[in-house]
Design a protein around this ligand. Structure first.
Ligand code: PNS
Length: 161
């Protein structure tokens, strides 16, 4: 079985992420979307909340599973028998850091990275921009799954008053 890992923070997941998951699921037998547990980085949604949303939004993709990890991604890949990482590449600005990580991950454990060119509809989209726009009352409809939109609104109204 050819298993691939799509790693990230997904705080929250966007329609750009979903597009990458769906396309990765066409290439691999099984895709694990792996949420990084990073206690040093502040996040809007807890890891449990992110996992719950991800499970819901990939429910129509039978070969996509959701998990979390901490530590090195290559260790997770080894432990889960996944020789390939799949990442979305939005623009040249993503490239330098993504290339460094891909080369390091190959150096560490011979884990390959495959880049999917993001759908141009979502090339400007990021979780942080979605959070910022939503926090100040901007409309992010169509940029995140409907469930995420609901949770964002609830979270932000709860946070800000
Ligand atoms: O969505 P993000 O936050 O940009 O995802 C970054 C992620 C999770 C892919 C990256 O930070 C990562 O792989 N972290 C795990 C720790 C690790 O393996 N670091 C070395 C990378 S070469």
């Amino acid at each position: 079985m050819r298993r691939a890992v799509c790693p990230g923070s997904f705080d929250p997941c966007t329609n750009g992420h979903l597009d990458v998951f769906a396309r990765a699921a066409e290439m691999a037998d099984e895709v694990i979307v792996a949420v990084l547990i990073n206690k040093t980085k502040s996040s809007l949604f807890t890891v449990a909340e992110r996992i719950e949303m991800l499970k819901e939004v990939v429910s129509s993709m039978p070969n996509v599973k959701i998990d979390s990890f901490h530590g090195l991604l290559v260790d997770y890949c080894r432990d889960h028998d996944a020789p390939v990482i799949v990442k979305g590449l939005r623009a040249v600005s993503d490239f330098d850091y993504e290339l460094q990580m891909a080369q390091m991950n190959y150096r560490l454990a011979r884990v390959e990275t495959v880049f999917i060119s993001t759908n141009p509809l979502y090339s400007y989209l990021s979780s942080s921009l979605v959070k910022e726009v939503a926090t100040y009352g901007g409309d992010v409809t169509g940029l995140v799954p409907d469930l995420v939109l609901e949770r964002l609104r609830a979270k932000i109204s709860g946070t800000i008053g």
